[in-house]
Design a protein around this ligand. Sequence first.
Ligand SMILES: *[C@@H]1O[C@H](CO)[C@@H](O)[C@H](O)[C@H]1NC(C)=O
Ligand SMILES: *[C@@H]1O[C@H](CO)[C@@H](O)[C@H](O)[C@H]1NC(C)=O
Ligand SMILES: *[C@@H]1O[C@H](CO)[C@@H](O)[C@H](O)[C@H]1NC(C)=O
Ligand SMILES: *[C@@H]1O[C@H](CO)[C@@H](O)[C@H](O)[C@H]1NC(C)=O
Ligand SMILES: *[C@@H]1O[C@H](CO)[C@@H](O)[C@H](O)[C@H]1NC(C)=O
Ligand SMILES: *[C@@H]1O[C@H](CO)[C@@H](O)[C@H](O)[C@H]1NC(C)=O
Ligand SMILES: *[C@@H]1O[C@H](CO)[C@@H](O)[C@H](O)[C@H]1NC(C)=O
Ligand SMILES: CC(=O)N[C@H]1CO[C@H](CO)[C@@H](O)[C@@H]1O
Length: 822
Amino acid sequence: MRKNTKAKERGTMKKPIKQTPFLLLLSFLLSILKISTAIDIINTTQIFRDGDVLVSSGGRFELGFFSPGSSNNRYVGIWYHKIPNSSAVWVANREIPVRNTSGILKVTESGILVVLNDTNNIIWSSNTSRVAPTPVLQLLDSGNLVLREANDDRPDNFLWQSFDYLSDTSLPGVNIGWNFVTGVESYLSSWKTSDDPARGDFTFHLDPTGYPQLVIKRGPTTLYRLGPWNGLAFSGQTNSVQDMNFRFVFIMNKDKVYHRLEATDSSVISRIILTQSGTMQRWTWVDRIHDWIPYVNFPADNCDTYKLCGAYGSCNIANTPACVCLDKFEPKDPEGWSRSDWTNGCNRRTPLNCLKGDIFLKYSGIKLPDSRNSKYNKSMTLEECKVECVKDCSCMAYTQLNISGEGSGCLFWYEDLIDIRDLSSHGQDIYIRMASSELDSKGKGRKILISSLTAMGVVLLGLSLTLYYRKRKKNCTIWRTEGSRTESHKKDYELPLYRASTISKATNNFSENNKLGQGGYGPVYKGTLEDGQDVAVKRLSKTSMQGLDEFKNEVICIAKLQHRNLVKLLGCCIEGEEKMLIYEYMPNKSLDLILFDQTRSALLDWPKRLQIVNGVARGLMYIHQDSRMRIIHRDLKASNILLDDDMNPKISDFGIARSFGGNETEDKTSRVVGTYGYMSPEYAVHGRFSQKSDVFSFGVLVLEIVIGKRNSGFFHGDQHLNLLGHAWTLYKEEMSLELVDVYLCETANQSEVLRLIHVGLLCVQQCPDDRPSTASVVAMLGNDAALPQANQPGFFVERDVSIGKSITSSCNEMTITQLEAR
Ligand SMILES: *[C@@H]1O[C@H](CO)[C@@H](O)[C@H](O)[C@H]1NC(C)=O
Ligand SMILES: *[C@@H]1O[C@H](CO)[C@@H](O)[C@H](O)[C@H]1NC(C)=O
Ligand SMILES: *[C@@H]1O[C@H](CO)[C@@H](O)[C@H](O)[C@H]1NC(C)=O
Ligand SMILES: *[C@@H]1O[C@H](CO)[C@@H](O)[C@H](O)[C@H]1NC(C)=O
Ligand SMILES: *[C@@H]1O[C@H](CO)[C@@H](O)[C@H](O)[C@H]1NC(C)=O
Ligand SMILES: *[C@@H]1O[C@H](CO)[C@@H](O)[C@H](O)[C@H]1NC(C)=O
Ligand SMILES: *[C@@H]1O[C@H](CO)[C@@H](O)[C@H](O)[C@H]1NC(C)=O
Ligand SMILES: CC(=O)N[C@H]1CO[C@H](CO)[C@@H](O)[C@@H]1O
């Protein structure tokens, strides 16, 4: 964006003056003391020309004429005063530009704001309905441009405000929604192109029909929907909880309905943009790195596509295909469904029969369906909602209206339920009308989705395994079926088999005191065998179906692996329901317990940390390329690194590891399992895993070991950066040593510290191809050769996955500088 710099040099709103040396000096001094000369207000006698600016009193916003992108057209707009090249947050004459720099902005006697073009024609005007004797125009520090009576600055008494006539940007304090009294709707509309702020294809509204929700539309078509409002957030909005700098406000009464984002910390500069491609993005300015950082995106992923799965279909981005019918529903058009055409949605497998008495089943963890055909009652209890909905045969579902605090009210649906997604922990409950005969069928409707998940893990690899137990055999034996072929062959893993009674005795009958922690699929106990050997026993929870697959997987992966940096499997125990793995015992437990413990971390001096990093790298290199199987661990993290009595690291927990045959190097899964904070973007978002996704986790681990802090939950000042982002910022400024504890700085060899941070950052680069292989990592750690420059890491902003999904999903997609491309 360019302002008219020539005009700007003239200063702000100054009458031409005769240029004597003295006055030149004065004007020079004034231009230095810009703040004192900048004004934020004009009245009807002042004429505002192209080149003049208004600067809000706190210096945050500036109003003037500008040219967007590479265009020469002039527009009146508002932008950030202190941020170079920031695109306009508001534009007055969006549709009709002034062709050259002779445009004028003026407040008329009757209190209307007008933009005049070079021939003095009004090309834009404010819609001011009231008249005032002495109107003035003022740019407020919130970014709101207001017309008001000169001596009346009550915020609710503006004659007109730009916050009611938005462009593509919403700022903290902007109300999006409807004023039913004036009939004015505030909504966002995208720019046509980055050179043309005229209204583009997309709009973002608060839709008050039924019960209010947020929608992004292209023309009249709804593309994405969030909501309805549930008292805390718009249903489906997964990020609000974590967002500490902002809170959502929702106001609804007979005069108005709107929603607003409020900054809890007013120093945070943040804007929400409806982009030219129809997505909502929130960007925050981070002064320290002098750049905009993307923070929230909606739609977050394909599952936010409006009614993607049709009626009673539910979308889960972790599934392949993404759509499934809700439990006890079946595809209306099975053939289309199998072609991934879900538009026809699903039907109840047992038709309703209201006269015979339908029932309501609870479905949990979902984004509530489209509420445009819903009705609400704010005072009823959930029990009363049910009674009401049962009585009315056309009432298809109900839920609690307000889930905040006390929780009250009801929302009723009267048509097919559309646009549902499976959000598990972020989702809500809904009660859906079902035939009474569905009551006895399993699960009482508590389990909501036809879960294709449980089987997924192993099936995907074309491996289907069955555990087989034979009483007299001394080895763990596993039946293994290849692909869909029926012939199966037995696999003997030559592992000693332990009796359940032996293990029970060794662990004091699985006493709580012996419990070491919780593994991927069940508790882990410390045991002492009769011969005095200490062991760690990983016991599969009987209730965990998922666990059985992981259990089998772990046996297969680790039974054949032997390396000093991998935990050693001593044997197994498979007896009826009871399934356990017996490992060597690690007296110093897992790395996280020492590393992230304020007092114990001092036990990890620099040489030990170096030793741990090197050991993990070697263990990883072994499973990646040196072992016979070539394995991707997929869940490398501090709590899966165990330490023996010499503090040698051993990689453990192969429950979700995958082995690669032949020349495969990458695979894809629809079931993303692992630990957020350690997952690479391509894995978390697209389910693609490879050795490079393990390398990413390794990089996170290295940074955690050097810095001594967790990546997830890391918080630094008012920036939204996670540990990776913070490390990268300091690395770019060549201040990496600031990352390290004073204590460590004193004992450590600084060049080694810097090298480790550098290697860590190389491993967490956003693009998998940029990351080194484990063999290169081992080499980098072992010599002093120069390292390549590290590029931007993946997932460097603290946020939850749904946010990350859309933003750092691929290295070729959007980068954080895109905002400035305008
Ligand atoms: C407008 O402001 C200017 C400068 O402050 C002042 O001289 C002028 O009298 C004002 N006009 C009105 C109508 O208030
Ligand atoms: C602003 O934009 C101009 C032209 O696009 C570019 O040359 C300049 O480097 C930018 N300034 C900053 C601070 O980004
Ligand atoms: C703008 O255009 C008008 C007519 O096209 C012309 O009279 C005027 O001088 C131009 N102004 C500038 C600053 O170029
Ligand atoms: C100024 O605006 C009027 C009315 O929109 C239009 O007819 C005229 O052509 C414009 N002048 C220029 C130079 O664009
Ligand atoms: C003012 O109102 C008229 C009619 O209601 C509308 O056509 C016009 O677009 C409005 N102008 C602005 C700047 O909103
Ligand atoms: C993998 O191996 C197969 C058969 O050996 C070969 O046809 C294919 O080109 C190889 N793929 C790659 C990526 O090397
Ligand atoms: C620091 O480590 C580097 C590389 O390992 C080594 O060359 C150097 O001598 C060490 N410096 C000190 C002071 O120990
Ligand atoms: C840091 C730490 O806890 N180290 C311990 C590791 O295990 C050995 C043997 O049990 C102990 O002697 C160390 O104190």
